[in-house]
Design a protein around this ligand. Structure first.
Ligand code: PLP
Length: 416
C-alpha cells in the first residue's frame, strides 16, 4: 500500500464514498481538516442514522406499547423492529434476549444487580482480567461489597495478552461468574473469549462478555461464543448515544428478578402484588429511548450494508499501517502489542506527557484520546500514568495516520 494512499479504494470498500456519508468528518478543526482518531471513545454517525432519527421524530413519534392510536403503533413497530435487527446482528436466538439499556455500563450493572447480587455470598468469586474497562470492574466491586463475594483478577503479560494458563488456574468451584472484555479499549487486545468461555463453562461459571469494543469492528455471534451475557453500546458503532444492548440467554434472563421497577415492566399492579412483564420488557422500566433504538437499528443496517467482514479487513489494514508508521516516530513506545488486535494504537512518547501530545496534535486538527482510558489497572501494569490513543474506524484513512506521525515528530522537536 502506498504511504500516500489517502482515500484509497479497496475491493468492496470505497472509503471515499463511505466518508461522504459522514458530514461531521468534513470540517476544519484549528484550520486543518479534521482527522478523527477517537473512535474507541465514540464513533461518528452517517447520514442514514441521522436521517432515521430525524424522520422518526418528524413523522412517527409517540410513546410505545401503550397506545392504540396510529402513531403509537408506528413508534412501537419501529422500536421493536430495531430490536429484531439487533437480535439478527449478534445472532441471538430470540428478541426476548435483547434488552435495551443505556449502554454497556448499564447492561453490566443490570447483570451485577439482578443476576449476581441475589445469588452470590461469602466464598463466591467473580473473575475479571487486569485489562478491564472500569465499567467491567466497579459494578463487580460493588456487588462484592454487597454480598461478601470476592473479586479475582486474571493477570496479563507484557504484550497486553491475558495469561490463559493463569486464567484457567484461577477458575474453580468458587468461580460463579467470569466477566471479561472481548476487546480491550486501552490496548486493542482481542481476547480469545470463545476459549475462555469454554473454560469458564467447564468450571461451572456463568460468563459475561463486555463487547463494547468488539461489536463495532467484527462479526459477533453470541451463540457461537457460548456466553450467558454480552453487553455493547450503540454510540461506538455509528448509532445514537444513550442506548445499548444487554444480550442474555433466555433461560438465564427468565430466572432473574427485574432490576428497576416502574411502567412497562409490569403486566398488572395492585397493592396486593405486581405481576411482572414478559421478557424482554421485564427489564425495561419506564419510557425507553425510542429514537435511540430506531437510530441503532439504522446503524446496524448501515454496517451490514458495508459488511462486518469488509469492515474488519479494512481496519486490519489501518492497524498494520498505523503500527508501522507510528513505530518510526523517535521515542514512541506502543503500549499493547498483542498478536490479535483491533485497530487501537496506545502509545507514550519519551519526554512528553500524553496530555501535551493530545493538545499538540489537536492544534493540527487531529483528535486522539489521552488519559487512562477508564482502565487505570492497565496503566498501572505498564507503569505509565496515561497514554495517547489513536483508535480507528473503517472511515479513517492512512493519510490521517501520516498526519498524526508528522505532528508527533513536530512535538518531539518542540520538546527537544
Ligand atoms: N467497556 C469497554 C471495553 C469500553 O471501551 C467502554 C467505553 O469506552 C465501556 C465498557 C463503557 O461503555 P459505555 O460508556 O458506552 O457504557
Amino acid at each position: 500500500m502506498s504511504a500516500r494512499a489517502g482515500n484509497i479504494v479497496q475491493p468492496g470498500l470505497d472509503v471515499a464514498r463511505i466518508r461522504a456519508d459522514f458530514p461531521i468528518l468534513h470540517q476544519a478543526v484549528n484550520s486543518h481538516p479534521l482527522a478523527y482518531l477517537d473512535n474507541a471513545a465514540s464513533s461518528q454517525r452517517p447520514l442514514q442514522v441521522i436521517d432515521a432519527v430525524a424522520e422518526y421524530y418528524r413523522s412517527d413519534h409517540a410513546n410505545v406499547h401503550r397506545g392504540v392510536h396510529a402513531l403509537s403503533q408506528r413508534a412501537t413497530d419501529a422500536f421493536e423492529g430495531a430490536r429484531s435487527k439487533l437480535r439478527a446482528f449478534v445472532n441471538a436466538a430470540s428478541d426476548k434476549e435483547i434488552i435495551w439499556t443505556r449502554g454497556t455500563t448499564e447492561a453490566i450493572n443490570l447483570v451485577a444487580q439482578a443476576w449476581a447480587r441475589p445469588r452470590l455470598g461469602p466464598g463466591d468469586e467473580i473473575l475479571v482480567s487486569r485489562m478491564e474497562h472500569h465499567a467491567n470492574i466497579v459494578p463487580w466491586q460493588m456487588v462484592c461489597e454487597q454480598t461478601g463475594a470476592t473479586l479475582v483478577v486474571a493477570p496479563i503479560d507484557e504484550k497486553g495478552e491475558i495469561r490463559l494458563d493463569e486464567f484457567e488456574r484461577l477458575l474453580g468451584p468458587a468461580t460463579r461468574l467470569v466477566a471479561v472484555g472481548h476487546v480491550s479499549n486501552a490496548l486493542g487486545t482481542i481476547n480469545p473469549v470463545r476459549e475462555m468461555t469454554a473454560m469458564a463453562k467447564a468450571a461451572g461459571a456463568a460468563v459475561l462478555l463486555d463487547g463494547a469494543q468488539a461489536v463495532p469492528h467484527m462479526r459477533v455471534d453470541v451463540r457461537e461464543l457460548g456466553c450467558d451475557f454480552y453487553a455493547f453500546s450503540s454510540h461506538k458503532m455509528c448509532g445514537p448515544t444513550g442506548i445499548g444492548v444487554l444480550y442474555g440467554r433466555e433461560a438465564i434472563l427468565a430466572e432473574m428478578p427485574p432490576w428497576q421497577g416502574g411502567g412497562d415492566m409490569i403486566l398488572a399492579v395492585s397493592f396486593e402484588g405486581t405481576i411482572y412483564n414478559d421478557l424482554p420488557w421485564k427489564f425495561e422500566a419506564g419510557t425507553p429511548n425510542i429514537a435511540g433504538a430506531v437510530g441503532f437499528g439504522a446503524a446496524v443496517d448501515y454496517l451490514e450494508d458495508i459488511g462486518m467482514d469488509a469492515i474488519a479487513a479494512r481496519e486490519a489494514q489501518l492497524l498494520e499501517h498505523a503500527t508501522r508508521v507510528l513505530s518510526e516516530v523517535p521515542g514512541l513506545r506502543i503500549i499493547g502489542t498483542a498478536e490479535h488486535k483491533a485497530a487501537v494504537v496506545s502509545f507514550v512518547l519519551e519526554g512528553i506527557h500524553p496530555h501535551d501530545i493530545g493538545t499538540i496534535v489537536d492544534a493540527e486538527g487531529i483528535a486522539v484520546r489521552t488519559g487512562h482510558h477508564c482502565a487505570m489497572p492497565v496503566m498501572e501494569f505498564f507503569g505509565v500514568p496515561a497514554t495517547a490513543r489513536a483508535s480507528y474506524s473503517f472511515y479513517n484513512t492512512e493519510e490521517e495516520t501520516e498526519r498524526l506521525a508528522a505532528a508527533l515528530n513536530k512535538a518531539q522537536e518542540m520538546f527537544a
